[in-house]
Write a protein that binds this ligand. Sequence first.
Ligand code: C2E
Ligand code: CA
Ligand code: CA
Ligand code: CA
Length: 275
Amino acid sequence: AKADGRGCFRFFEPAMDADVRLQREFEFELREALVRQEFEIHYQPIVDIATARPCAVEALVRWRHPHHGLIPPDKFIPVAEEIGLIIPLGEWILGAACRTAVAWPDDIRLAVNLSAVQFRSGTLVDVVRSALRSSGLPATRLELEITESVLLQKDQDSIAVLHELAGLGVRIVLDDFGTGYSSLSYLQLFPFSKIKIDKSFVAEMSSRSDCAAIVSTIINLAKALDMGTTAEGVETQEQAELLRAAGCREAQGWLFGRPGPPSALVLDRPAEPAQ
Ligand code: C2E
Ligand code: CA
Ligand code: CA
Ligand code: CA
């Protein structure tokens, strides 16, 4: 801090002042966005790799900003977590996605991402239970995707919440597998239904034999633990073929469909006869 002419102290340099103001403004707009219903959910198919038919759909949130257009989640989810907004936002996402998914063919599951912050809220189990009840979506059609950050402290409360969620009948999926620390030990903490292989491994699989080895090791490990695998970020036919040959069951990526509004989702099923 340095003295300014009036005997006060300035604690921030002008540049930092502007940064802080921008940050506060962004947080304010983000809170307002929930009230103004500026969030929308895009949906991306997850396919059975052998048939390329959808078996699930992942809900991915976006912010339709009135001036800046469509803002991707990486730009605002971390801030929403910092200011606690992820709790009401996450509740809205879960409810809205369940209401959308209930209209899909009943062999198509819905996958929803959960933040570690939602696990510490103390209300997550009730939020999930009420989203299922009010939408009418069967629990067995819901997959909840979590990352290692939920398990990071080997936090007994979060593990207990995971068991309660599984008790409702929903499936718990470990997302971004292989990107964090000591991933292998996390697999013993909870009986996950499925592991998602991070797209960074898939991207390098055809050019680097070490990445291909990691991918096939993850797939075999999952099998040994009676868990399924979904490969993320599958962009080429070659990647899909390598994954299929390595025993991976499900895949998600631009090769099979990009995330889009619910109206753009093609679930590749014969249309229901008109009522
Ligand atoms: P994620 O859960 O790992 O989601 C997969 C990301 O990969 C998505 O990015 C998706 O659009 C992208 N992707 C899918 N196929 C391909 C592909 O073939 N190539 C490449 N390069 N990318 C592909 P997106 O939608 O930008 O989401 C980023 C992250 O934001 C998500 O990563 C997730 O961690 C977070 N996120 C998204 N929606 C939610 C949400 O509703 N709640 C929470 N808590 N987090 C969310
Ligand atoms: Ca995910
Ligand atoms: Ca992921
Ligand atoms: Ca990710």
